[in-house]
Write a protein of this length. Structure first.
Length: 255
């Protein structure tokens, strides 16, 4: 099982949307996925509620908070999203234990799930609490989404440095998110070239485009198809999946 953690100390850079859509993409490609929502805002959990038969009452009784307190087992708290995806739901109560959780608590979850899934995907809050550090410690790869604006890039660089200190073995990469040709007036290659001196080889050589289709997908579960206006989204997630998987993977027709 490969564990991928999406994290940036700065909020509003698209961590949750990317982690959610990446999980959906990887599952649609035929992989078994366990998604853990470690953000007390539980936005990712709400996204999954919209595209599954999970009831709100279920996440109040079965969630990652119950697991981390050792009140319930992982198996008892797993919620089925679809045939390839299980969810350990987030809860507002996570805020109560962010500072006291064990730095190895996610590794404990890995121990009992590693044989059942191909990917564990972690969505994190924008802070450096114990829970978030546990997510980084457990990760094989950490994806740091950032907007192309300078102030976002500076915080992403700080996050990159801090994450590397926490987990020196992880593959830590920066991903430009919500890229817009019109807004920035430059081709993607020009933007990547401009920021390469800041991040070096840690900057992925592809980006996720800015699109209303991403908002529609997270808000309603509307599928992303290969219609011309959506092709760049599929290409972006295919590139991310290929990088994480370590092999070239063609873009899906739908996910």
């Amino acid at each position: 099982m490969k564990t991928v953690s999406f994290f940036n100390r700065k909020g509003g850079v698209g961590k949750t949307a990317l982690s959610f859509m990446f999980a959906r993409y990887v599952a649609a490609a035929g992989n078994k996925v366990i998604f853990i929502d470690l953000d007390p805002q539980r936005t990712a959990t709400n996204h999954f509620l919209r595209c599954s038969d999970i009831a709100k009452k279920d996440i109040l009784e079965r969630n990652i908070f119950e697991v981390l307190l050792d009140r319930k087992s992982v198996a008892a708290c797993l919620l089925s999203v679809d045939t390839n995806t299980d969810l350990l739901a987030g809860t507002y109560d996570l805020a109560e234990i962010q500072a006291t959780a064990s730095p190895f608590c996610i590794q404990d979850v890995q121990t009992v799930t590693k044989d059942d899934y191909d990917y564990m995907i972690l969505d994190n809050a924008p802070n450096f609490s114990n829970i978030i550090q546990a997510s980084i410690v457990a990760a094989d790869a950490v994806i740091i989404p950032t907007l192309p604006a300078l102030e976002d890039v500076e915080q992403a660089h700080w996050t990159l440095d801090r994450v590397r200190k926490i987990n020196r073995a992880a593959d830590v990469r920066v991903l430009l998110n919500q890229f817009s040709y019109d807004r920035f007036g430059a081709m993607m290659d020009d933007i990547l070239t401009a920021y390469r001196p800041i991040f070096g080889e840690s900057l992925l050589d592809f980006a996720i485009p800015q699109s209303q289709k991403i908002r529609a997908y997270t808000a309603t579960g509307e599928h992303v198809t290969t219609a011309k206006s959506k092709a760049a989204i599929l290409d972006g997630f295919a590139a991310l999946y290929s990088y994480i998987a370590g092999a070239n993977v063609p873009a899906l027709v739908d996910f």
